[in-house]
Design a protein around this ligand. Structure first.
Ligand code: S3P
Length: 179
């Protein structure tokens, strides 16, 4: 049985807050790929993007996903672009159920504005437009990668964590489960 849970989805869908609540409920360790990247690179994410561009960030992301995919009993909060490299998902899938969190572009915008994390890809004048573009470009990769999907737009972190733990136990009261 797969003992890890990987949360994927766009920036601002709630991977961190829901992931922490889920990990404590399931008594698993919580890890964020973004934190591991910062540790590995010894510099913050905006600096990684400034100095090495998105491609350097993706290399580091691939390295930490490889490491974290081999751990046991963890809830993994994957950065929003993890699906851009198929090998990341193949590695995560070995030991993890993959849960896609979604939210509307407007909800995402509100959440990222209220959050202190700096997200270089959203550092543009028209953030809503950028969110919609990136979502459209990534949508099929998110959907293809996921075992389950939960729309977090109208859920608080505890409701979302409840729903995910139900799904992981094999129940599917709401949200959607792929055949
Ligand atoms: C990114 C999402 C961010 C972070 C980086 C790139 C993306 O993580 O990895 O800024 O490409 O969607 P969060 O999804 O945790 O915000």
């Amino acid at each position: 049985m797969k003992r890890n849970v990987a949360l994927i989805g766009f920036m601002g869908v709630g991977k961190t807050t829901i992931g922490e609540a889920l990990a404590s409920r399931l008594k698993k360790r919580f890890v964020r790929t973004d934190d591991l990247i910062v540790e590995l690179a010894k510099r913050p994410i905006p600096q990684i993007f400034r100095e090495g561009g998105e491609s350097r960030f993706r290399e580091l992301e691939m390295e930490v996903v490889k490491q974290v995919s081999e751990e046991d009993n963890v809830v993994i909060d994957c950065g929003g672009g993890v699906v851009l490299n198929r090998v990341n998902i193949q590695r995560l899938r070995n030991k993890a159920k993959i849960v896609l969190l979604t939210a509307s572009p407007e909800t995402i915008l509100r959440r990222v504005k209220n959050d202190s994390s700096e997200r270089p890809l959203l550092n543009v004048p028209n953030q809503l437009e950028r969110i919609k573009e990136l979502l459209a470009a990534r949508e099929s990769s998110y959907k293809e990668s996921a075992d389950f999907e939960v729309d977090t737009s109208y859920l608080d972190k505890n409701e979302a964590a409840d729903r995910i733990s139900h799904m992981l136990r094999g129940n599917c009261p709401s949200g959607s489960q792929k055949p």
